[in-house]
Design a protein around this ligand. Structure first.
Ligand SMILES: [Zn+2]
Length: 222
């Protein structure tokens, strides 16, 4: 799928957060189980996770911490959604950790495919999926951990323009129990899902999901 995103015309990185935050204020973060800092931080606790992110942002002078594509994480161990043998712990999206309420922008023209509040603990909370078509190929972008208000008044099929504000980031009580962040994921075949799509997978399914959910940074160019 890389060819698809390489052909998109852009002379700079695409921002999908509040346009007042320059890309130079984005800082990469490692939340994988190989990050030794996290031996002492329980990142499945939203306050501890937020403290860790605040520390990273303070030390780097940045406003947004981002990363996580195909990262293997301990973050999901405490949620029933992801438990059991051969657990789902490989992250398929790119996360952007920043303030509650931060605006989320569409990276490309598209239309609303679906939306839903996935309110089970450890899930996405309010979620929007956009459908895009470029060079005759259809694909989808998913936005998770939004505010409830973000879903109000939306219509399936509604046209969305590039750079249009489509949502705001939700609080931990809404998003569901994470430090505020945007989960942004690309999906080639949506497989009949509506307002939802797996955001983590198990090792055995990685080959399929890493192809069906290409690295979002191929599109954004951060
Ligand atoms: Zn995520």
């Amino acid at each position: 799928m890389e060819h698809l995103f390489k052909n998109i015309k852009r002379d700079k990185s695409i921002s999908i957060l509040d346009a007042n935050i320059p890309i130079s204020e984005y800082y990469p973060i490692d939340l994988s189980d190989s990050n030794k800092d996290l031996d002492y931080v329980n990142i499945s606790n939203p306050e501890e996770c937020q403290n860790y992110i605040d520390l990273i942002l303070k030390n780097s002078g940045a406003k947004v911490a981002y990363g996580g594509y195909l990262e293997r994480r301990n973050l999901y161990k405490e949620s029933q959604l992801f438990s059991g043998h051969n657990q789902r712990n490989i992250h398929l999206g790119l996360d952007f950790w920043c303030s509650v309420g931060t605006e989320v922008l569409a990276p490309l023209d598209g239309r609303i495919h679906s939306f839903k509040n996935n309110s089970e603990l450890g899930d996405y909370g309010p979620t929007i999926i956009l459908e895009h078509s470029i060079f005759g190929e259809v694909f989808y972008s998913l936005y998770g951990h939004l505010s409830v208000e973000s879903l109000e008044g939306l219509l399936v099929g509604q046209e969305i323009k590039a750079n249009q504000t489509i949502a705001n980031l939700g609080r931990p009580e809404i998003n569901v129990n994470y430090a505020p962040h945007l989960h942004f994921q690309l999906v080639m075949d949506i497989e009949g899902y509506f307002g939802d799509y797996p955001g983590v997978c198990r090792q055995d399914d990685l080959e399929f999901y890493s192809k069906n959910c290409p690295n979002p940074n191929l599109l954004l160019g951060l």
